[in-house]
Design a protein around this ligand. Structure first.
Ligand code: SIN
Length: 468
């Protein structure tokens, strides 16, 4: 193990996103801690376990998350700035995956017969190394962990240094749930590159999984090549929302705002650009401004608050700079757009007169902005409008989520086929569902989390030729 670049003992502070008060000082994982975690996971991997036992582990963790929902939601809210309600929804989302993978765990024990004299088993891939982001401090760990444990893979995770307290709580809940040593190790550290280097190169780690930016995903994936790890990457998006002239405008607006309320727009599936047919652009825009302006702001821990804060002051400042840049490129701010320097709060901001090639459209915003691009549909058939919308929607290297709103089933069917994305929402902009395979194509990464084939990324197939 190459732990030379880790400092021997050092600490880092964790801050409340909203007040910037220090809420914890944690010790960075040392080389010895990481070695101990990977060794224990390796021993665990080679110790047989049944799918039934792992199913019970997942159910017990689900029960812990349910019992401690308020405690964990408060921690998530404090360290990430999301509202308490959003944090609770995140825990419920995580729990969906625990239930889902608990159901699948026993399937690992049954061989798959494919032909006479050919027996095929699904085997756990090995120890899993994971790096998880700050935008879902609980769900992005649990979604990967649940699949890994169901498959029989011990899990070593480095959570974001911005939100490590939720991860430590999850580890505590696994202990309460009676999980044996070795199944889960949480390595907290702000030495991201050094820990990432170890998790992507240690040969005892067979599978590496990452959720985060495309830039970092590419680096980590390249590092994994040295030991030929299995890799899955859930990376950045640039989700288009297509609103056709026959769409239910109230529904489209409600879905769009619900999408952007999650994590204050800081999700990989956040609507990034809204293409609206000109014939309904005014109605859509007015309804959007009305809904956004009616959102309740305030202390994220207050149960009535509907608008969260961003992860850091820097994130809010970057969002404001994007708005200024959009204005310089010709956009008009219809609501929001006012920023108090030194705050992690940024208002939901609706932008019109945006062009398809403006920076705010081409880049992933990761914030509560709604850039509206009007598509001329005067005297045009749905097919002609669709051609233009699809051309714009697919004009990106990202390929995670996309959304289409229309009353015409043929339009929806064509868009489902032609949108170059891993996920397409039809008359919805909220996709999360443990029964569905979550993941992208192109530079949004590869691999799928959830769904009936959700164990595949954590298993390999073993061919047995039975005794004749
Ligand atoms: C993400 O933003 O990385 C995940 C979003 C989701 O699961 O909905």
């Amino acid at each position: 193990m190459n732990s030379r670049s880790l400092s021997p003992t050092s600490t880092f502070d964790v801050y409340n996103s909203v007040t910037h008060a220090c809420i914890a000082t944690l010790t960075n994982a040392t080389g010895n801690d990481i070695e101990a975690a990977i060794s224990a996971a390796t021993v665990r991997y080679y110790t047989p376990s049944t799918g039934h036992a792992r199913q019970q582990m997942l159910i017990a963790l689900h029960d812990q998350l349910t019992e401690h929902r308020h405690e964990l939601a408060t921690i998530i809210s404090e360290e990430s700035g999301k509202t308490l309600g959003d944090a609770m929804a995140e825990i419920d989302y995580a729990n969906q995956y625990l239930s889902w993978f608990a159901q699948l765990a026993e399937s690992m024990d049954a061989p798959i017969e494919v032909a006479e004299k050919v027996e095929v088993w699904r085997e756990p891939a090995g120890v899993v190394g994971a790096i998880t982001p700050w935008n879902f401090p609980c769900a992005m760990i649990v979604r990967k962990l649940a699949a890994a444990i169901a498959a029989g893979c011990p899990f070593v995770v480095k959570p974001s240094e911005l939100t490590p307290l939720s991860a430590l709580k999850i580890a505590e809940y696994t202990q309460n749930a009676g999980w044996d040593k070795g199944w889960l190790a949480v390595l907290v550290s702000n030495q991201n590159a050094a820990v990432g280097q170890i998790l992507t190169t240690d040969p005892r780690i067979a599978k590496f999984t990452f959720t985060g930016s495309t830039r970092v995903g590419k680096l980590l994936s390249a590092q994994c090549a040295s030991s030929l790890k299995r890799v899955s990457l859930e990376l950045g998006g640039n989700a288009p929302m297509l609103v056709f002239g026959d769409a239910d405008i109230e529904l489209a607006v409600a879905q769009c705002v619900a999408n952007k309320q999650r994590g204050t727009g800081q999700t990989c599936v956040a609507v990034n650009r809204i293409y609206v047919a000109a014939s309904v652009a005014e109605a859509f825009t007015q309804a959007l401004v009305a809904r956004v302006s009616g959102l309740t702001t305030g202390d994220p821990l207050h149960p009535d608050t509907q608008v969260g804060h961003m992860i850091t002051f820097d994130a809010a400042n970057t969002t404001h700079n994007r708005v200024q840049q959009a204005i310089a490129q010709g956009a008009q701010v219809l609501c929001g757009g006012v920023y108090q320097a030194g705050s992690a709060y940024y208002p939901h901001t609706v932008l019109t007169r945006v062009q398809h090639d403006d920076d705010v459209v081409c880049e992933e915003i990761f914030g509560p902005l709604y850039p509206i691009i009007t598509i001329d549909d005067t005297g045009l058939s749905n097919d002609a409008v669709m051609e233009q919308m699809l051309k714009y929607a697919n004009d990106t290297q990202a390929g995670l989520a996309s959304y289409v709103f229309s009353a015409d089933n043929e339009v929806l069917a064509q868009c489902q086929r032609q949108l170059q994305y891993g996920m397409v929402g039809c008359n919805t902009a909220v996709l999360g569902n443990a029964a569905a395979p979550f993941g992208g194509i192109k530079q949004s990464g590869f691999g799928r989390e959830g769904g009936s084939l959700g164990l595949d990324d954590f298993t390999y197939l073993k061919y047995i030729k039975p005794n004749a």
